[in-house]
Design a protein around this ligand. Structure first.
Ligand code: ADP
Length: 271
């Protein structure tokens, strides 16, 4: 167990004989680790200058003599773009962190019902004049053992996606319930839906159904990759169902042992 990581493959050759081929993959592991460190380092390096630039732009926009001039619009554009880059960097950092942490997240009782109510409010604010109808259908007694920050990030990503990728006025439901298989958080929308061939690729970094249009909606292209990592780290699975012209369901399925009752009590009888 302390030796180099090996990849094992059995090869057959004449007379029913078999050959076991062991390849030392420690170099591959090192490269993968270097790639992750690189993303984390670059993101850290870029975050500070961008924050500074964003700060100066805000000050300039606030000063009357500049704002009255023809500089206002370009400054506003620059401010939006630097905010956007910062957002991408923050998501890259979060993803790098999720990928490099091999240990399970520290699990604490999380009050998911309250969290979803707050996220629904944020979704309505994000929708603004687009007027999406967002409602929650939650089991108010159902809590989960999990990492609060990671879960909030996953559930917000799914909710904000439903707002950003469906037409104005669409209906969105945040569902939270348990059955014999575990606990389920679902974001159901009645938007345009997604063609089947895109579904397996949606959780890839920067994969978008419609490159141009989807980027315009202001996401970072990393949201679903983050959701997938968070759910896997909790021992669960992400599920995507969609039908063109009907709508989509993005779900996080958590294993039954993570289920607890309100306030952190074990849900299973007798525990
Ligand atoms: P983005 O920042 O572009 O939203 P994500 O990784 O969160 O990146 O999502 C990847 C792509 O999946 C989106 O660009 C969009 O094409 C598609 N998508 C995500 N959620 C929905 C949804 N509720 N309805 C339709 N398409 C969606």
């Amino acid at each position: 167990p302390d030796g180099p990581p090996l990849s094992l493959r059995v090869s057959r050759y004449g007379g029913g004989r078999r050959l076991l081929i062991a390849t030392d993959v420690s170099r591959l592991h090192r490269l993968e680790q270097m790639r992750r460190d690189f993303v984390a380092n670059v993101s850290h390096e870029l975050r500070t200058p961008l924050t500074v630039i964003g700060g100066y732009l805000e000050t300039l926009l606030d000063s009357d003599d500049v704002c009255a001039s023809r500089w206002q619009q370009p400054l506003r554009r620059m401010q939006q773009q630097s905010a956007r880059m910062l957002h991408i960097i923050e998501d890259l950092l979060m993803l790098a962190k999720l990928e490099t942490q091999t240990e399970r997240p520290s699990l604490r009782p999380v009050a998911v019902p309250g969290m979803l109510a707050a996220i629904a409010e944020d979704g309505i604010a994000l929708s603004g004049e687009a007027g999406h109808r967002i409602k929650t259908e939650v089991d108010a007694e159902l809590w989960l053992l999990g990492n609060e920050q990671e879960l909030r990030s996953a559930f917000s990503n799914l909710t904000f996606n439903a707002v950003r990728h469906t037409p104005a006025g669409s209906h969105i439901v945040l569902r939270w319930y348990a059955d014999e298989r575990g606990a389920h958080m679902e974001v159901v929308d009645d938007g345009d839906g997604i063609a089947p061939h895109h579904l397996p690729r949606l959780t890839e970094r920067f994969y978008r159904v419609d490159r141009g249009r989807d980027r315009e909606h202001g996401g970072t292209g990393l949201g679903l990759a983050i959701v997938k990592h968070v759910v896997i780290r909790h021992g669960g699975q992400m599920r995507i169902e969609s039908r063109v012209g009907v709508g989509s369901t993005f779900a996080c399925d958590f294993p039954a042992p993570l289920i607890i009752g309100r306030g952190g009590r074990r849900a299973a009888a007798g525990e």
